[in-house]
Design a protein around this ligand. Structure first.
Ligand code: PLP
Length: 389
């Protein structure tokens, strides 16, 4: 078993991931497949455990933009179909294909790189169309010509055509609907010219949650699998989707008692002047901890009571524990999650740090140790009861 001496950890509920996947499949209905988006280390949740959980519910295909993470999955024996969103140079395409990763093509350079290693086979590719987002893809106005040419090129076979139209608010929704109809027209024109790819995809979590009309046979879902809503309540509520990132906790590594009025300030960043009792956590900016944006104050829960953060440095966070009864070294501190009757959420942290809930997760994940709610998946052998100590 791995030893872990830094007492701060996050808790991830893989059963929530499984339930969210089942709910996404239900919402997609009988005429659409769901492909799981596992980019960005599964949105910071740990890609390897997330894939095991989704495979338990029958997920077949994954989509990511991270070649090294996808390659690591292959090393672990994951044989699912994995499609690459992009995120690589044409020179990496031979490596992708050797790892049975399916490339996305959006320019002639990518197409040539696939054809060069085809060796008499027809290698599957996906084509990404930019229908208005302006990020990655062949522009929708040029896509018909590009795809028809690609369809005739020896060495590759167009398995899928997709686009991406994420949105957050009502005006974004209207924008996405307009762009979606251009993409639907493109698919119609291609069909008339004899190109009908097996997979067509246009909506991600925002389109699925808002229940928008769909001309495609597949949805690619990320946010909702992790229980995160990418849209504002004015567009849709998260319904039955539940956050899988359930807690972030740490233990007090030190408790300090100070005389009233002692000046403990380091420069102006510590405001310890009024703190009679301080607590220290072994988590600092090096672990993803951040200072609050101006006007906001980070709070944590100790013995069910709120305690403000009064200092953050590279490896330490200092709490004002003046209002906490009898704090001791080793006591559990809840940074995210419930303690007693109180609860601190990802969106509280989002407001304190001036970012979204997903960015809060990405900030901490990968540096704090991860605990998974299913004991069999728990890299530290135990769940929640004690945590690494
Ligand atoms: C990330 C991504 C998705 C999934 O988006 P979510 O909003 O996380 O569901 C779908 N399609 C493409 C092209 C993406 O890059």
């Amino acid at each position: 078993m791995s030893e872990h001496h830094r007492p701060c950890w996050i808790e991830i509920d893989l059963e929530a991931i499984e339930r969210n996947y089942v709910e996404a499949v239900r919402r997609a209905g009988p005429n659409r497949s769901v492909i799981a988006s596992i980019k960005g280390n599964a949105y910071g949740h740990g890609v390897s455990k997330i894939v095991s959980a989704l495979n338990r519910q029958g997920a077949v295909i994954y989509w990511t933009g991270h070649v090294d993470e996808a390659t690591a999955l292959r090393r672990e024996g994951v044989n699912n179909k994995i499609i690459m969103f992009g995120g690589y140079l044409p020179s990496s395409i031979p490596r992708l294909i050797a790892e049975k990763l399916i490339p996305t093509i959006y320019d002639p350079e990518g197409a040539d790189a696939v054809a060069a290693v085809a060796n008499g086979n027809a290698l599957s590719v996906y084509v990404k169309v930019d229908s208005g987002l302006g990020r990655l893809g062949v522009p929708v106005s040029e896509a018909e010509d590009f795809i028809l040419k690609l369809a005739k090129k020896p060495g590759l076979a167009i398995e899928g055509v997709y686009t991406h139209l994420p949105f957050r608010d009502l005006s974004g929704k209207n924008w996405a609907l307009g762009c979606a109809s251009k993409f639907a027209d493109l698919l119609d024109r291609l069909k008339r010219r004899g190109v009908a790819p097996e997979v067509t995809q246009l909506w991600g979590s925002s389109g699925l949650l808002a229940d928008l009309p769909d001309s495609c046979n597949t949805v690619c879902i990320g946010h909702l699998l992790y229980g995160l809503s990418p849209v504002l309540p004015e567009v849709a509520t998260a319904g039955d989707f539940q956050p899988a990132f359930t807690a972030m906790k740490a233990r007090l590594i030190h408790v300090g008692h100070h005389a009233a009025g002692a000046d403990l300030a380091i420069g102006s960043s510590y405001q310890i002047k009024n703190a009679r009792v301080t607590g220290v956590l072994g988590i600092g900016t090096g672990d993803g901890m951040r200072r609050a944006i101006p006007g906001k104050k980070i709070e944590v829960l100790v013995h069910g009571k709120r305690a403000p953060v009064i200092g953050v440095s590279l490896e330490h966070t200092v709490l004002d524990l003046t209002n906490v009864d009898d704090p001791r070294v080793g006591d559990e501190v809840v940074l995210i999650g419930a303690s007693g009757a109180d609860k601190i959420s990802l969106s509280d942290w989002g407001e304190w740090l001036g970012v979204g809930a997903l960015e809060v997760i990405l900030n901490f994940s990968g540096r704090a140790s991860q605990q998974y709610a299913n004991p069999a998946d728990n890299i530290w052998g135990r769940f929640a009861s004690a945590g690494p100590s």
